[in-house]
Design a protein around this ligand. Structure first.
Ligand code: PMP
Length: 304
């Protein structure tokens, strides 16, 4: 069965969800997107979408920055997503990609006087980054875009040029992922992930002023670590050298899930193995997203 997409208020075969080469957003990066995961629970023969409403709340908030008008509320967006997943009959882990964009064909980068387009597609997706053996990261020579140039807090399509430059450099240098520093030289985040360090049993993560995306997984892990593991979690400025001095570190995100870091700039962390607290946090996260944790069932929406 050919997969479906949703574009401009209609479900159409994915192959037919096409846009003009004149589309403004294609040239100027004037779009806002989301990345949502759905997890297949084989035991319950059910697909669960994780934190779906939170993702659409963020999308609609972000759209205000780019003056985009999706014309649908969170409930309507969730209903469309569930219908699309049912049409696509996913029986494996899946990824959902909603995109709001300047669909007008006018020349010139601006955000007024243009139409908004909206589309969603879904694909099967396993690990985006390795979660089982740990990854090697390198501090990027590219600095994170600042809030006064392109707000990294928001998932602005054009902002991902910054990510693409850093990720490419990292791959070509033999790393799995890049770590951005802010313009001021503090630790920011990965190319598509937030970062946590662990020092003396305390979780430390850059605060929201470090030009990071307001990550949903970051928020989830802060809550789970405090509530379920009794860990202290601190949001503060993080110096580059702390990446080398910490006991453990991991990246997190909807795509990345919890991806343990075992090496930073060729310096091994936790003896080049997944750290014990990271392993605990990762295990808890997978339990929660797969709707196997009683207390957090309400974060998971069944599709079928
Ligand atoms: N930072 C960036 C730059 C990202 O692209 C992502 C992925 N959406 C994240 C962090 C993690 O955000 P979330 O947990 O909301 O997926």
């Amino acid at each position: 069965m050919a997969p479906f997409a949703h574009i401009n208020n209609q479900f159409v075969p994915l192959d037919e969800a096409k846009i003009s080469i004149r589309t403004n957003a294609l040239h100027y990066g004037t779009g806002i997107f989301e990345g949502i995961r759905a997890y297949w629970n084989a035991r319950r023969t059910q697909l669960f979408v994780f934190k779906m409403a939170e993702h659409y709340e963020r999308l609609l908030r972000n759209c205000r920055v780019l003056r985009l008008r999706v014309g649908k509320d969170v409930k309507e967006l969730c209903d469309i997503t569930l219908e699309l997943l049912r049409k696509n009959q996913h029986r494996e882990d899946a990824y959902i990609r909603p995109l709001a964009y300047v669909s007008s064909e006018g020349l010139g980068p601006k955000l007024v006087g243009y139409e908004t387009g909206f589309a969603i597609y879904t694909i099967p997706l396993g690990d985006y980054l390795d979660t089982s053996t740990g990854i090697k990261v390198g501090v990027s020579s590219w600095r994170r875009i600042s809030d006064n140039s392109i707000p990294a807090r928001c998932k602005v399509t054009g902002g991902y040029v910054n990510s693409a430059l850093a990720k490419t450099e990292a791959i070509e240098q033999g790393f799995d992922e890049a770590i951005f520093l802010t313009q001021d030289g503090y630790v920011s985040e990965g190319s598509a992930e937030n970062i946590f360090l662990i020092r003396g049993g305390t979780l430390i993560t850059p605060d929201l002023s470090a030009d990071i995306l307001e990550g949903i997984t970051r928020q989830v892990l802060m809550e789970l670590s405090r509530e379920e593991l009794g860990l202290e979690v601190i949001e503060r400025s993080v110096g580059r050298s702390e990446l080398y001095l910490c006991d453990e570190a991991f990246l997190c995100g909807t795509g990345a899930q919890v991806s343990p870091i075992i090496e930073v700039d060729r310096r091994p962390l936790s003896n080049g193995k997944i750290g014990p607290l990271t392993a605990k946090i990762q295990q808890l996260y997978f339990q929660v997203v797969k709707a196997e944790h009683e207390k957090y069932q309400h974060w998971c929406t069944p599709v079928y």
